[in-house]
Ligand binder design. Structure first.
Ligand SMILES: Cc1cc2nc3c(=O)[nH]c(=O)nc-3n(C[C@H](O)[C@H](O)[C@H](O)COP(=O)(O)OP(=O)(O)OC[C@H]3O[C@@H](n4cnc5c(N)ncnc54)[C@H](O)[C@@H]3O)c2cc1C
Length: 447
């Protein structure tokens, strides 16, 4: 096996008189940091395994045919058209040599003066290989698209089966994880069942389709206020979602979901939104990794025991008095940490002292279905139609790009007025020849 030094450098990276900052990951934290460092006296090399940024909060709408994948994904190169000091490369980062300050990627190696890791997190199956094999996670646009295809193909299949008993496992959908993702997915799938599928498949009886949301803890949306948690549960009830609290999934073989101390459920569609684990790369010392897999950083987001490596967003664990176990893994933390680090890196150029990070919680929200959402702001919490409008507005404003905002606005207006999302297309991936896979398959499928 080649060592990092034996690999060739990534070609065509421009020479620069400035210090080089390499950012790994163009998620919420990575692009915020790169944008804040635009036109600064640093050379910034941004690496991501995809050539687009993914807006994860709206992935469930891709999975449920309400939005197209391109509405929630933004081309990274377009973001940096006018910023000469920022170079983007689509690359998978694998390993780091901290002593020599070199990164190993699938394209070759890359030197850095300062390294910022913002690789986010991936799905946590808690070591259960069967669940990992058979359940569908939803952390990326391609996984959301897979879920859309899976759900639609289920009904195209069910409509050809004579027996109701045979159809049942194909029609049922089970979602595991009662956080915002699970709640939003369950609500959206129930709305499809209640309003859309019966029109598309009049030969199927949708009373036979169960939408079940399973949560191991005692309530849904555990980080939200009691009022919001109760309201979300009652909204799901109105939509006909069966909510099972205090329920542990023990195993899944692709057909039967085994539950601890409860009756098993038959489904070929288990959507897994039950946990995440931080991404990492080879070359990090074990004492720099917390028990939960997050990389431990100080109040400046500096990786412990290092002076030129920083970690921001979901990948890091940073303790504050109010957050003794680290901050919640949400977009606002990632964005705020990246902004603070950008300010500090600029202060460094002026030899000024750095400012420690302090998280400002702006609130949390989740939507359950049309006109049903819950919003907790720092001083007030509200639910219902107004909360739903606030949710729509906040998400519309947060998405990158005017075209994407317009696309989403039009898709939502159409969906909510006509209750007929128009994206129920089953576009199946074509077989990719082995020698073309590296460039054409989702990188995670190659690992
Ligand atoms: C379905 C879903 C819904 C969510 N809803 C909400 C919500 O409503 N509100 C909220 O605040 N938060 C929400 N979150 C959480 C939020 O999306 C994350 O907290 C946020 O994305 C973290 O930002 P990040 O920059 O740390 O990581 P990410 O945004 O995950 O970005 C990480 C980037 O690193 C890249 N990467 C990873 N490994 C490598 C590698 N080895 N080489 C190259 N590139 C790599 C990835 O491709 C990715 O682009 C949701 C998450 C999911 C999955």
């Amino acid at each position: 096996m080649l060592t990092i030094q034996e690999l060739t450098p990534i070609p065509n990276i421009p020479e620069s008189k400035f210090k080089r900052i390499v950012i790994v990951g163009a998620g919420f934290a990575g692009i915020q940091l790169a944008q804040k460092l635009a036109k600064s006296d640093y050379q910034v090399i941004l690496l991501d395994k995809n050539n687009y940024h993914q807006f994860q909060p709206l992935l469930y709408q891709v999975a449920t045919a309400a939005l197209s994948p391109s509405a929630v994904s933004f081309p990274l190169r377009r973001l940096f058209h006018k910023t000469e000091n920022i170079v983007f490369r689509m690359a998978i980062v694998r390993k780091i040599d901290k002593e020599k300050k070199i990164l190993e990627t699938n394209l070759g190696h890359l030197n850095y003066d300062i390294l910022v890791l913002s690789q986010g997190a991936n799905t946590n199956f808690f070591g259960n290989k069967n669940i990992q094999t058979h359940a569908a996670p939803m952390k990326s646009t391609s996984e959301a698209l897979y879920i859309r295809n899976k759900i639609i193909s289920n009904y195209e299949r069910a409509v050809n089966l004579k027996s109701v008993e045979d159809r049942r496992p194909i029609m049922n959908v089970v979602i595991v994880g009662g956080g915002a993702t699970g709640v939003e997915l369950a609500g959206a799938i129930a709305e499809l069942r209640n309003h859309v599928f019966p029109k598309d498949y009049p030969q199927l009886s949708f009373e036979n389709m169960r939408v079940i949301l399973i949560e191991a803890g005692p309530s849904l949306l555990s980080g939200l206020s009691e009022g919001s948690r109760a309201k979300a549960k009652s909204y799901l009830g109105k939509l006909g979602v069966e909510v099972m609290l205090g329920t542990m999934v023990e195993d899944y073989d692709g057909l039967v979901v085994k539950l601890k101390d409860k009756e098993p459920i038959e489904t070929i569609t288990l959507l897994w939104a039950a946990g995440i684990k931080a991404n990492s790369l080879l070359g990090i010392d074990s004492e720099q990794v917390a028990k939960n897999g997050r990389l431990i950083v100080d109040e400046f987001n500096r990786l412990i025991n290092e002076d030129s490596i920083y970690v921001v967003g979901d990948q890091c664990e940073q303790k504050e008095e109010k957050y003794p176990h680290g901050h919640p893994q949400v977009a606002q933390v990632a964005i705020q940490q990246a902004s603070n680090l950008a300010k500090n890196l600029k202060l460094d150029l002026q030899n000024k002292p750095w400012k420690p990070f302090q998280y400002r919680d702006l609130g949390s929200m989740a939507t359950v279905g049309k006109k049903m959402a819950v919003v907790d702001l720092p001083f007030i919490s509200f639910q219902g139609t107004f909360a739903w409008l606030v949710w729509l507005f906040v998400h519309l404003m947060a998405i990158l790009g005017v075209k994407n905002k317009l696309l989403i606005f039009i898709s939502w207006a159409w969906k909510y007025l006509a209750f007929d999302p128009s994206l129920r297309l089953l576009i199946r991936p074509k077989y990719v020849k082995p020698n073309k896979r590296e460039w054409l398959l989702d990188q995670d499928d190659l690992e």
